[in-house]
Ligand binder design. Structure first.
Ligand code: SF4
Length: 344
């Protein structure tokens, strides 16, 4: 399979699979500092690539300026108007995504491709099962239709000698997504960006993406992924991390094990995790952290954890490597946990 360079990232065999997410708000002129800070947080959670919609030339300008200061490489997502892609290519963006179903004539695509080649910017051909070119819509073989849409666009890029591209074929039907990516990977050496599109709210969205992406990643398919959710980009990144780790394609990172909580628990697992989850995921460590409601599943069942906290009657205990190191009041939980975490 060929290797594609996106910003400073190398994507392809032997390189880590990169988690991508997408910014959810429109881009508007203004102080870029809050965006830069939040992008930094996405990076700390494990995001490697961030896509922005650029629906008009004004947002292309804002995105372009942001790409000069962003802690993450940025991708410009272009639909309908090739001139927006051309403008984005005046800035140090890392990648352009175009949708072959709506970008228009071959001449427009060629103009974008030539400028991308000049600027050394790769392109993602992003096929979406819900917005295929007119003649491919309603096919009895939705996976085949997505592959055909991708191949049609690939032919234009290849005819111009442009090989610096990736393909994605996403459907809201995870079976069609699986089928399309498997069939494509069997015959092409082009890197694939993975995802189930329009996957729904947090829980169903994660389930659909996990089922499809775990299978593909386990088969060695995919160089980037996005878990598309009707939820925050932070949730998309954390879900992507978990899917990658479960498929054995990502570094372990912070593994949180926690109990569901029940009537026995004297320690509020849910609120502790709400306060700590993002901080833990932002740690650049390969550790397991246990958060348990009571001693039933506390230090004993979580003894493999590097650090853990569990309820113990009306108190709480902090343990490391299966050994209790502190017995504390519930009110002291955050302070003491932080102290013990810093000792790891
Ligand atoms: S660890 Fe305790 S509180 Fe948590 S689910 Fe198990 S029995 Fe319930």
């Amino acid at each position: 399979m060929r290797i594609v360079k996106v910003g400073k990232l190398l994507l392809g065999p032997g390189y880590p699979v990169v988690i991508q997410t997408m910014w959810k708000e429109p881009l508007a002129p203004g102080d870029p500092e809050p965006l830069r800070v939040r992008i930094g947080k996405l990076k700390s959670l494990g995001c490697g690539l961030l896509r922005f919609a650029a629906p008009d030339l004004r947002s292309a300008e804002v995105l372009g300026e942001l790409s000069r200061i962003s802690p993450l490489p940025l991708v410009a997502d272009i639909h309908f108007d090739w001139r927006i892609a051309l403008r984005c290519l005046d800035f140090p963006i890392a990648k352009i995504r175009i949708n072959p179903g709506n970008i228009g004539s071959r001449a427009k695509v060629e103009e974008v491709v030539r400028k991308a080649a000049d600027r050394g910017v790769p392109i993602r051909i992003g096929v979406n099962g819900g917005s295929l070119p007119q003649d491919l819509r309603g096919s009895q073989d939705p996976a085949g239709a997505m592959i055909a849409a991708a191949e049609r666009e690939m032919e234009i890029l290849e005819s111009l000698g442009f090989r610096d591209y990736l393909v994605s074929m996403k459907s809201s039907d995870m079976r069609a997504t699986l089928d399309a990516n498997r069939r494509f990977a069997a015959v092409h050496d082009v890197p694939l960006h993975l995802g189930v599109t329009e996957a729904g709210p947090l829980i169903p969205g994660i389930v659909k993406n996990a089922v499809a992406l775990h299978a593909l990643l386990s088969e060695g398919i995919g160089v980037t992924l996005r878990v598309s959710l009707s939820d925050s980009p932070e949730s998309e990144v954390v879900a992507g991390r978990e899917i990658l780790a479960s498929a054995g394609r990502g570094r372990p990172g912070v593994n949180i094990i926690s109990c569901p909580r029940c009537g026995r628990g004297g320690f509020d697992v849910h609120s502790f995790l709400a306060r700590w989850q993002d901080r833990l995921y932002a740690l650049d460590r390969d550790i397991t952290v246990a958060v348990m409601g009571c001693a039933v599943n506390g230090p004993e069942e979580a003894r493999h954890a590097d650090i853990g906290i569990t309820g113990a009657g009306d108190r709480a205990v902090v343990f490391r490597g299966g050994k209790i190191v502190r017995t504390i009041s519930v009110e002291e939980a955050d302070t003491v946990f932080e102290e013990e975490l810093s000792r790891l």
